[in-house]
Design a protein around this ligand. Structure first.
Ligand code: PEP
Length: 256
């Protein structure tokens, strides 16, 4: 079965709950049935916006999915400041980012913690969007494939094939995030293709063929078409450009 492309807008730490409603309303107004049939559109707001987004999506039966930017590896208890998968599930989240490079960089998240978070997501029927990708020094040494596959292996350790089949992997070279520096489609395909090959080795061809692999890193309406033309790229994780409704809609239309 063909993989349905996914565009996920990571708002990062931007927009309060009122601004969130405004942006989702604008997206809903602009996106038509053809757009929704062609690609799945998701937004990934801060935790504090999720209840407002849920209310709007439910009230107007919007075809916009939403998810959270992180979750705790624990399910409940004395973990001040953490948000559990159960809480996110109750808010109707479909997705949760795991291991975004900003979590790895500023909060010291390593592959073992990402692995625990992937498992926590599945315990609560959330689909993880697992973020992997190399920093500039690794790219300069030409070790981007090896580095990214090691992150993938670490985060998926012990996760059964029937769960991996539904995961979303986002290849995000760190040097391209928020920098305006976009990977060439060929560079992105090199690593995304290697991710799919590794999934086939570990879990079989069926699983590898089902998993959606996104590219992330300064995706805009004027570069998305080239990225989407690559065989192993099934959508994009979009940061800055997803805060502008008009621009994000154009991206979700493959730049057309
Ligand atoms: C991101 O936050 O995952 C991202 C890719 O950001 P940007 O599109 O701004 O580079």
């Amino acid at each position: 079965m063909a993989r349905k492309p996914l565009f996920a807008g990571n708002w990062k730490m931007n927009l309060n709950h009122l601004e969130a409603i405004n942006l989702v309303q604008k997206l809903a107004f602009s996106l038509n049935d053809r757009d929704h049939d062609r690609a799945e559109v998701a937004v990934i707001p801060p935790f504090t916006d999720l209840r407002s987004v849920q209310t709007l999506v439910d009230a107007d039966k919007l075809r916009i999915a939403y998810g959270a930017q992180d979750l705790s590896a624990q399910d409940s208890g004395a973990y001040t400041g953490e948000i559990s998968g159960a809480m996110l599930g109750k808010l109707g989240c479909a997705y949760v980012l795991v291991g975004h490079s900003e979590r790895r960089q500023y909060h010291g998240e390593d592959d073992a913690l990402c692995n625990a978070k992937v498992k926590a997501a599945y315990r609560h029927s959330l689909t993880p969007i697992l973020c992997v990708g190399e920093g500039l020094p690794v790219r300069q040494e030409g070790r981007q494939v090896e580095h990214t596959l090691a992150q993938l292996d670490g985060a998926l350790d012990g996760v059964p094939a029937d769960q991996v089949k539904s995961i979303v992997v986002a290849y995000e070279p760190v040097w391209a995030i928020g920098t305006g520096e976009v990977a060439t489609p060929k560079d992105a395909q090199e690593v995304c293709g290697a991710i799919r090959t590794r999934l086939a080795e570990l879990y079989g061809d069926d699983v590898a063929a089902a998993v959606r692999i996104l590219y992330g890193g300064s995706v805009k309406s004027d570069n998305v078409a080239g990225i989407m033309a690559e065989a192993d790229i099934d959508g994009a994780l979009v940061g800055g450009a997803s805060l502008d409704a008009g621009e994000y809609v154009k991206i979700c239309r493959f730049g057309e």
